[in-house]
Design a protein around this ligand. Structure first.
Ligand SMILES: Cc1cc2nc3c(=O)[nH]c(=O)nc-3n(C[C@H](O)[C@H](O)[C@H](O)COP(=O)(O)OP(=O)(O)OC[C@H]3O[C@@H](n4cnc5c(N)ncnc54)[C@H](O)[C@@H]3O)c2cc1C
Length: 429
């Protein structure tokens, strides 16, 4: 397939990417947006029955009006020299050349292993939500939602609405920290109301703070779990467990393009100097990052950052002081939220047993890696991180459990078939 060319390439069509594309295209730029999903909208606007609505529809309609090229089911798999990326779509790879690129690849759920987490019936919280949006019937199923982060409430509310019998939300964060976060929501318009709405939507569901699932058991599939916390332990019979430990940025594309992730922030790096952490919406000459890959902070923050990145890429003067103040408020709220849902390593390690699987692609158990000094050593000894997810699950688990960075982003960032590369050409249109 021949090379495509665009002025501004947006990688990721979630709130941040769509807002960026809208801002840039409204100023006359030729914009292309790619997203690995078959539909635009990202995680929060993942549509039921493939029908976008509300803000997502508004943005996509605006992009169509501005003649933005929208390429769904298209993944950025590598960076190429001369301001190009390698894209994969419909079983074929092809380069896309750009003048400027906006990386808006969002975030994914973080999974933390515990005994029994690989049993059928144990899902990621957002993963189960996505399956239900895609038509998976949970009517009457007994469900526990567990882990940490604001996503738990949103997922529990959604599953309840869809007929699931949600028995409990087990939140690892303490009641004290959650109370402090509640106070922080008062300072951000919309957040408090959203929190109250979710709490009402989950009324009747037991909300247990300072609690973790310590094991899941079942013969062929999940049958029961143990939840521990506040000096108590209980066994709960359930059909489904939806678990997630806050979110972690999809920084692989940014790292491929030499924009390094550091302590949750994306820091621009031009080979000589790194931008400061405060500059997380980093200013690299031709590369812009926006949204949750640069720090978890919710949809409003993603939209603002996207807009700012789109304007900057289009070379347009930035927004007003009020917008900057709003961004700062949202940034402060994001920091408070991330502190609240920070994982407690001691608690996580206490739950692990030597035979707990950490890397499910390569079947690597905790006991095989616990004495290693870093991820590379563990990888060399056990093949951890070398399976089909390329360390996306076990890498962030090891970061939480041992404080290891994975430090090994290599192209292609997802496994490719030889046939997908076979047609690769550097020919230009
Ligand atoms: C699983 C999950 C469920 C969530 N559910 C909720 C919810 O119910 N309510 C709520 O308030 N918030 C939810 N959130 C948080 C919400 O997604 C964010 O606040 C917001 O969507 C962030 O917007 P974004 O544009 O930065 O990222 P995203 O919405 O994550 O969008 C990023 C996009 O980039 C695409 N992408 C990633 N890598 C590539 C690549 N290599 N090539 C091409 N495309 C790529 C992805 O397919 C995705 O569409 C959820 C987050 C996750 C991870």
């Amino acid at each position: 397939m021949a090379e495509r060319r665009t002025e501004i390439l947006v990688i990721g069509g979630g709130p941040a990417g769509l807002a960026a594309a809208e801002a840039a295209s409204s100023h006359g730029k030729r914009v292309t947006v790619i997203d690995e999903n078959p539909q635009f909208g990202g995680q929060i606007w993942r549509a039921e029955k493939q029908k976008l609505s509300g803000k997502a529809k508004e943005l996509v309609d605006a992009l169509e009006k501005n003649d933005v090229e929208l390429i769904p089911s298209c993944t950025c798999v590598a960076s190429l020299p001369e301001k190009r990326i390698l894209a994969l779509s419909q079983g074929r790879t092809f380069p896309i050349a750009y003048d400027k690129v906006i990386i808006a690849t969002g975030a994914r759920e973080r999974f933390i292993p515990f005994p029994g987490w690989t049993l059928p019936g144990v899902f990621g919280a957002g993963g189960l939500q996505a399956l239900v949006k895609g038509g998976y019937d949970i009517s009457g199923k007994r469900i526990v939602v567990a882990g940490t982060g604001p996503l738990l409430l949103a997922v529990a509310a959604y599953l309840k609405k869809k007929g699931g019998n949600v028995l409990m939300i087990a939140e690892q964060a303490s009641a004290k920290n959650l109370f402090k976060l509640g106070l922080a929501t008062l300072k951000v318009q919309g957040k408090f109301l959203e929190a109250v709405r979710l709490r009402f939507a989950t009324l009747g569901i037991k909300y247990s703070t300072g609690s973790s699932v310590t094991s899941a058991r079942g013969k062929d599939a999940l049958e029961e779990i143990t939840v521990e916390g506040n000096g108590k332990s209980s066994t709960i019979e359930c059909d489904l467990l939806a678990t997630g430990y806050h979110l972690t940025g999809n920084t692989e594309v940014a790292e491929l393009l030499d924009v390094f992730a550091l302590e949750g922030m994306v820091i621009a790096y031009d080979g000589q100097k790194a931008a400061t952490a405060e500059d997380f919406l980093y200013e690299h000459e031709d590369i812009f990052c926006a949204g949750e890959l640069a720090g978890i902070g919710g949809v409003e923050k993603a939209l603002l950052e996207g807009r700012r990145a789109g304007l900057a890429a289009a070379g347009v003067e930035g927004d007003t002081q009020e917008v900057a103040a709003e961004e700062e408020r949202l940034g402060r709220f994001a920091s408070a939220m991330n502190r609240t849902f920070e994982l407690d390593r001691d608690t996580l390690l206490e739950i692990m047993t030597d035979d707990t699987i950490v890397c499910r692609c390569e079947d690597v158990q905790f006991g095989k890696i616990k004495d290693c000094d870093n991820f590379i050593e563990a990888k060399l000894q056990t093949r951890i991180g070398m399976g089909s997810c390329q360390g996306r699950v076990c890498g962030s688990a090891c970061e939480a459990l041992f404080g290891w960075g994975t430090n090994s982003i290599r192209p292609p960032i997802i496994p490719l078939r030889v046939s997908e590369l076979a047609n690769f050409t550097t020919e230009k249109d």
